[in-house]
Design a binder for this molecule. Sequence first.
Ligand code: MAN
Length: 368
Amino acid sequence: MHITRAMMNPLISPGQVSPSSPDLRVVSAFNAAALTWGDETMLLLRVAEAPINVAPDEVAIPIITLGPDARPNITIHHFHKSSPGLDLRDPRGIIYQGEHFLTTISHLRLARSSDGGHFTIDSAPALFLSENYEEYGIEDPRMTLLDGRVYITYTAVSRNGVCVALASTTDFQHFTKHGLILPPENKNVVLFPERIQGQYMMIHRPTGGGLGGLQMWLASSTDLLHWGAYRPLMAKRLTMWDNVRIGAGAVPIRTSAGWLEIYHGVNAEHGYCLGAVLLDLNDPSLVLARSATPLLSPETEYERSGFYSDVVFTCGATVTQTPLEGEVVQIYYGAVDETTCRVDIPLADILDHLLTPVPLGADFLVLA
Ligand code: MAN
């Protein structure tokens, strides 16, 4: 398989992004939705920011409060690092007396490029926090073009949990928020780019504890706002590379062999990796093939060490036609929850990787 990381990786680093307010610094610009729009590649970046001027013996938590005029104000909560009941082990968040908070607050920012490599990043957010259910941030967008409108699914985080919200635009200048479409705990929602059997469809990832948990599901809708017909799609595989958790990544790509979905899988040895699954074109609940080994694992320095080490995580891919390799899938991915990178893989190579028979272990627990 020809896996080519962009020579210029990371394509976008936090230092290139201006903060949304003078009280904040940009920690990460990552997990971007991707869409081909005319002659350009549009990325919708997740920009994570943290408070500035924090004393070395303190940790500061940014939260948005909505003023009477509904304008978001950032409030910074300081915790002394030696406070009893404070758990600082995960750089992404703290637990204080049993309650979870995030160390950064995320919004969504546009970046555009005519070559898929050099990006111009907007100086202001495209989508910012404006609702109570977004008070801890909005994260990990995916963009799908449907009926001439770009729909954006994203994770909305608040004290009430991790939910999924929908927004849309037709021009990348004006954005409309449509509200929550899935209650907590749920994330990693991708919308299929066309109706299937007359229905809009999504892949989502409920985050249940105990039985099941952390596996991918399908749902259908007739209006993109009200969802139902929930059914499990695929589970973790106990002795394979995706044995801890899985979740949809890029928006599904139509191929002659089926819907190609690039998803993330986590394992204790390598961290967050990317793999692929092929779903039936007319009935995506039928899993036709699934990566026996990852397509991409954290291997380079910029994928192995940083804000949250050993992570490659995608929210979007584009397909481009090349003279030598035919259609090439350009997967944009976040590295170590800090930067935006790209890896190119010929579509034919991904399909070969998927369709080459491998012995299925007894733990190949596909719920189809
Ligand atoms: C979460 C996701 C991402 C993040 C990974 C790795 O599951 O929501 O935002 O990239 O964890 O930290």
